[in-house]
Design a protein. Structure first.
Length: 190
């Protein structure tokens, strides 16, 4: 059996940093594609929101593209720390497509930033991971932070490891893993 302990306590908000996100790609052109590009490249907020709003209001979108555009607009809201609107967009996307992994992952990130609903954040991130998101490292890393907030060092350690494995060379989870020590504790067998 292993026992996990945190060596140094750092600000969990510093670990989480700016909201990480997982935009949902749109195949084809048009405003929905521009909304995706805006979410990925962090365009100026009002311009990005305008593009996403016009895509949702004026374009005839397939169900998946409409849900993806809602997720992408939610990311733009989250980057501006407007968590209420971000969560509303993620929930609207999930109402259209309950199995959209990135909607669950981004919802979990927003809930963690909101604070006080860390178990709900873990559940959303876990559901997103079950659905195989395009960037699982984001979900693993954010869930690790949530586990730390909840006091579950073992789960945090395992998720930081998973984030590092999902994206080799990513320094953030590697740095967080340095704060942990793994000790083998003999167990009585009987």
């Amino acid at each position: 059996m292993r026992r996990f302990s945190v060596l140094a306590v750092a600000s969990l908000w510093a670990m989480l940093g700016a909201p990480a996100d997982a935009a949902v790609s749109i195949i084809g052109g048009g405003l929905a594609r521009e909304c995706y590009l805006a979410a990925e490249s962090k365009f100026e907020r009002s311009m990005a929101l305008d593009v996403c709003n016009r895509a949702l209001q004026t374009e005839v979108l397939k169900l998946r593209d409409r849900a993806a555009t809602l997720v992408n607009r939610g990311i733009i809201h989250m980057q501006a720390r407007d968590l209420k609107r971000a969560l509303a967009d993620y929930d609207a996307a999930l109402a259209l497509m309950p199995d959209l992994a990135e909607a669950h992952v981004n919802r979990g990130i927003a809930l963690l930033h909101k604070g006080g609903v860390d178990r709900e954040a873990v559940a959303a991130l876990t559901r997103g991971l079950e659905l195989k998101p395009m960037r699982p490292e984001v979900a693993y890393y954010t869930r690790a932070v949530a586990h730390e907030i909840l006091g579950d060092a073992r789960a945090a350690y395992e998720d930081y490891q998973a984030a590092a494995a999902a994206r080799p060379g990513w320094e953030d989870p590697i740095e967080q893993l340095k704060r942990f020590s793994v000790q083998r504790v003999p167990t009585a067998r009987g």
